[in-house]
Design a protein around this ligand. Structure first.
Ligand code: ADP
Ligand code: MG
Length: 247
């Protein structure tokens, strides 16, 4: 039962259906990749799982270890261990990274428990060092004035600190140069383990050289149309997506 299970998921924005019966099963301990053309609905899937208010789920379900996440507020989903790193992370002026992550961790503790500050900062600095983030970032507002690559590192820092049981990473590679890509990937790989299921969304195969997935799924028009092993990503890189659409 330890799976993130997406079942016949249909979701619309306004009257426009985007997800059209998507099925996917990600067991804890596995890394799955979704690849697909721009506009196929990859980010929509991530946002629907986060509980973004612009999207309406019209059919289907998403079960986290057997429990439906729909009807839960985004923070409840997070407390259950779901984490989403967005393609276009939001800027939160006035809230420092250190306070933001601290509040997120504090929110998961039982009523009355206090996060231990010294321990928290020790962890935060350790993870920042691993991600090549200067200490000065702790006192900067979340994502405000960050470059594309800095935003992605900030997302991975949050993930590393929150240690989710399921993580969805939406185009974590976009905006990264090759050095940053390696650092971010090693940050993601450090989190891999039997307790974590990951869904890595990407348009390009490049990321999957560094985060090697157990399974690759191809998304077209809001559905998974093909699944395979990691070699499928190489085939898509070499041959494009058109042969999949023609199947
Ligand atoms: P991908 O991440 O695979 O590139 P998206 O999920 O971002 O795809 O988009 C899927 C489709 O939904 C696209 O046709 C896009 O134009 C449409 N879409 C996404 N967000 C909105 C929105 N806020 N309003 C209208 N259409 C949207
Ligand atoms: Mg997208």
């Amino acid at each position: 039962m330890n799976t993130l299970s997406i079942r016949n998921l249909h979701a619309s924005i306004g009257d426009k259906p985007i997800l059209r019966g998507l099925n996917l099963e990600i067991p804890q301990g596995e890394v799955h990749a979704i690849m697909g053309k721009n506009g196929s609905g990859k980010s929509t899937l991530a946002k629907v799982m986060a509980g973004h208010p612009d999207y309406t789920v019209t059919e289907g379900d998403v079960l986290l270890n057997g429990q439906s996440i729909f009807g839960m507020e985004p923070d409840e989903r997070a407390r259950l261990g779901l984490f989403l790193a967005f393609q276009y992370p939001m800027e939160i002026p006035g809230v420092t990274i250190a306070n933001f992550i601290r509040a997120a961790l504090q929110a998961r503790l039982p009523e009355g428990d206090e996060l231990e500050a010294t321990e928290y900062y020790a962890q935060l600095y350790k993870k920042m060092d691993e991600l090549g983030m200067p200490r000065s970032f702790t006192s900067r507002s979340v994502n405000e004035g960050f470059s594309g690559g800095e935003k992605k590192r900030c997302e991975i820092l949050q993930m590393a600190m929150l240690q989710p049981c399921y993580a969805v990473l939406d185009e974590t590679d976009s905006g990264l140069d090759i050095d940053a890509l390696k650092i971010v990937s090693s940050g993601v790989n450090a989190l891999r383990g039997p307790e974590v299921g990951m869904l890595v969304i990407t348009h390009y195969q490049r990321l999957l050289n560094y985060i090697v997935p157990d399974k690759v799924h191809v998304m077209t028009e809001g559905q998974i149309v093909l699944s395979g092993g990691k070699e499928l990503a190489l085939k898509l890189e070499a041959e494009g997506y058109d042969w999949v659409t023609a199947l």
